[in-house]
Design a protein around this ligand. Structure first.
Ligand code: 9WO
Length: 243
């Protein structure tokens, strides 16, 4: 899996990729991520990446030339990407299914905007898709880019130590996660559910499945339509909706 990230804040992005699962996957050679400073693709001595907006209005707009030069250099050095993703609130909502689609591609380029936005010619001519991580406007596309990289990287074989934990991820089945507990067995007058300390693995699996289902039905019923449920779970849901 190759990822190229274009940003005017490379240190911010590198810091977000240096630790944890993604950091280990990079050092272990499981993912090849290169962070590019957009200013390296300018031709003036001040490395200008923005300019005033045509038509007037507040703020500055990111110039198209540096993005075009960066994409040409990346294609030359690392091959033509399979997707060029612009991070914007106007994009398609990013989901686990979206992460699964992206991990199937070999090479992604992520474009991070700042200021008031990126010149439209970049979106028209270079971006193959636009992704949003939520309906809010941030200061830049870097945090969304890190979110996308983290979700995609976790799906690269070998990145998450225990493969089972990715498959068992409730979100992998389209459900919210079940509650997690660790020691002490009782804290602040709140005991851990007995089944989790029973040693009955079948019971524990059932408890966790029902807890994920209950939590999803309670908080995100919209996810149930596409969730991968078995017959028991469908029966449980229909009983719940009648109660
Ligand atoms: C801002 C914006 C606001 C309303 C509708 C569409 C919009 N697009 C952008 C945009 O691309 N802005 C650039 C990137 C420049 C300003 C900071 N940027 C940004 C991206 N803010 N928030 C995001 C973002 C990206 C993905 N998911 C949520 C927010």
């Amino acid at each position: 899996m190759k990822v190229d990230i274009i940003t005017i804040f490379p240190r911010m992005v590198e810091a977000g990729l240096a630790e944890g699962v993604v950091g280990r996957a990079r050092t272990g050679g499981l993912i090849d991520i290169v962070v590019h400073n957009l200013r390296d693709f300018t031709t003036d001595k001040h490395h200008v990446v923005d300019d005033v907006p045509f038509g007037g209005g507040p703020g500055m707009v990111m110039k198209p030339e540096p993005f075009f030069a960066a994409l040409a250099a990346i294609s030359e050095r690392r091959g033509t990407p399979d997707a060029v993703v612009m991070l914007t609130p106007a994009g398609v909502p990013f989901t686990q299914a979206g992460a699964r689609r992206l991990v199937g591609l070999g090479h992604l380029v992520l474009l991070c905007g700042r200021y008031e936005g990126i010149d439209e010619r970049v979106r028209e001519a270079l971006a193959t898709e636009e992704l949003s991580i939520g309906d809010y406007v941030l200061s830049g596309g870097e945090i969304p880019a890190l979110a996308v990289v983290d979700a995609v990287a976790r799906l690269v074989p070998g990145v998450v130590g225990d493969e089972q934990s990715v498959d068992a991820d409730s979100f992998t089945r389209g459900l919210l996660d079940y509650p997690h507990y660790t020691r002490p067995a009782e804290f602040a007058g709140r005991p851990v559910p007995g089944v989790l300390v029973s040693g009955h693995h079948g019971e524990i699996r059932r408890w966790r499945r029902n807890a994920a289902l209950e939590r999803t039905a309670e908080r995100r019923p919209d996810l149930l339509a596409d969730a991968a449920l078995d017959a028991d779970e469908h029966e449980w849901l229909s009983k719940r909706s009648k109660s």
